[in-house]
Design a protein around this ligand. Structure first.
Ligand code: UFG
Length: 317
């Protein structure tokens, strides 16, 4: 079975490529490398350095393909507020183009990287897939627009699809070629920033007056290897004409200070931090209800926060 992995040179996409290859899948990658890194592409992969915005690149990438895992897209909340048109073009138009070209190429299976950002500020935690979707930033709005597009595509063209709503992805995979580390420039995510904190440049804790036990925001972290395991299970469970939505997290919440404590344990010293003002747009608490993925996909995360920080730390050395 040949899978087209869009965004296959990014942090999550490259991890997927490695795991899929190890399980015997054949791989094509379409990636413009605007945020990914071509040096992650393993031997034996059909790599098209191209764009979702060019029909010719998409047509070429879909040759001989049985299913698509669609990771490609812009994924920074802050950037999406500054450049909403860029997110509309790359995420929404790019996904529209992909669906059109899949139809023309006769490819009917799709697994899509959606986001917890589609829910916005939750009314209840843990968050169910049936919760209201009120994204609070353009990034989340584009992911929600794509989810709706896929639902329509399943109804009208009978594609078999799953949208996976990621909560906070962390950790790293040690492949035969070494660690597939998270490499974002600039890095905005908590765990990499905590692990790079120094006395001179301590990691900022964005708000210590949130309505939580220790005053810092609570998030649901899931290891990237567990996340990809869920993609493969979702891929294998696709049904024609059906678009399923699954939350992917751990079902547990960790405060920013709890993450710093776990990282300090992994690093072997107290990681320096500095209390800072709240970051605009942050909800206080995001925790996934993952029972749908557990029961319907027979999936469960197996790597906790200690493994995530230890693997991220190892991937940086
Ligand atoms: N944080 C800090 N200091 C930092 C970085 C983050 O205190 O240097 C805090 C944030 O305020 C937040 C928590 O750590 O409370 C986690 O922040 P991240 O930036 O690591 O992750 P987010 O929860 O903001 O965003 C993640 C994904 C998004 C996705 C969102 C879904 O990165 O793509 O979850 O809710 F949209």
């Amino acid at each position: 079975m040949r899978i087209l992995v869009t965004g296959g040179t990014g942090y999550i996409g490259a991890t997927a490529v490695d795991i899929l290859l190890s399980q015997g899948y054949e791989i094509s990658i379409l990636d413009d490398c605007s945020t990914g890194h071509a040096d992650t592409v393993p031997a034996g992969v059909n790599f098209i350095q191209g764009s979702l915005l060019r029909a010719g690149d998409l047509a070429q990438a879909l040759v001989g393909v049985d299913a698509v895992i669609h990771f490609a897209g812009k994924s920074l909340v802050g950037e999406s507020v500054e450049k909403p048109e860029l997110y509309q073009e790359v995420n929404v138009q790019g996904s529209r183009n992909l669906l059109n070209q899949m139809h023309m190429s006769g490819v009917t299976k799709l697994v899509f990287s959606s986001s917890a950002a589609t829910y916005g500020e939750p009314e209840h935690v843990p968050i169910l897939e049936s919760a209201a979707t009120n994204p609070t930033n353009p990034y989340g709005a584009t992911k929600l627009a794509i989810d709706h597009m896929i639902t329509a595509e399943a109804a009208s063209r009978q594609i078999a699809a799953a949208s996976l709503r990621y909560f906070n992805v962390a950790g790293a995979l040690k492949s035969k070629r070494g660690w597939l580390a998270e490499r974002h420039y600039p890095e905005t995510h908590l765990i990499p920033n905590v692990l790079r904190s120094t006395k001179e440049n301590p990691v900022k804790i964005f708000g210590s007056d949130w309505p939580t036990a220790d005053g810092t925001c609570v998030r649901d972290y899931v290891h990237v290897v567990d996340l990809i395991d869920a993609h493969i299970k979702a891929l294998e469970s696709l049904r024609p004409g059906v678009h399923e939505i699954y939350n992917l997290g751990s079902g547990d919440g960790y405060s920013v200070r709890a993450v710093v404590a776990a990282a300090s344990k992994a690093a072997g010293f107290d990681i320096p931090t500095v209390d800072s003002p709240r970051r605009a747009g942050d909800p206080a608490v995001l925790i996934a209800d993952i029972n749908k993925a557990k029961t319907k996909l027979n999936w469960a995360p197996t790597r906790g926060i200690d493994v995530m920080v230890a693997d991220t730390l190892a991937s940086f050395s």
